[in-house]
Design a protein around this ligand. Sequence first.
Ligand code: C5P
Length: 210
Amino acid sequence: MRVLITAGPTREYLDDVRYLSNGSSGRMGYAIAQAALHLGWEVVLVSGPVELSAPPGCEFHQVITTDQMKEACERLFPGCDGVIATAAVCDYKPAVRLTGKMKKGGGPITVEMIETDDVLAGLGSIKEHRWVLGFALEAQNPRENALQKLRRKNCNWIVLNRPEAIGSEENSVELISARGETEENWSGPKSRIAALLVEWLAVHAPNSNS
Ligand code: C5P
């Protein structure tokens, strides 16, 4: 099995030094990469900026912005059997990136923000025989929102987790299928959830070589 994994946050720049981002540590995605390598899979890891080192043995692609993540993923996905998208991608970016460093003017400022492209939805739309697994971090109406995302992004499965997962070593997740069924509930250290998820995919996800 050859799997594409997205991990970490993206950054969207206001000027050459300031950016908007989020608190994703990348731990879940890196733990999944590690677990997949352990099972003997080929791992293509596309990661935003995090403090973790790439697991030895993976094909590593460093990106910073959402546009870079999208470009790398669309180039690499056709060579893979499936994708696991754990990245906490910025939903908005400044409409313009200023050059240099914006000066203070003494008063409030307004920044126009536009939506970024959805990396996973883009991969879902070109998936053909490949499988697509997304993550959804939901605070309100978690199941309903996660299922809507699964359908909108053409995923085979979505892993629902809660905001407490951000930056934590632990996670508590529900694996939901495209039919809306709960396939599994797992909780514990992210490394354990990663191992269970990859073992589950080894049984249920199609491998284009087999
Ligand atoms: O941010 P959201 O809850 O929509 O994320 C759901 C899934 O979509 C996650 O797997 C995330 O990695 C992916 N995503 C993406 N590109 C975006 C937003 C989310 O790939 N712009």
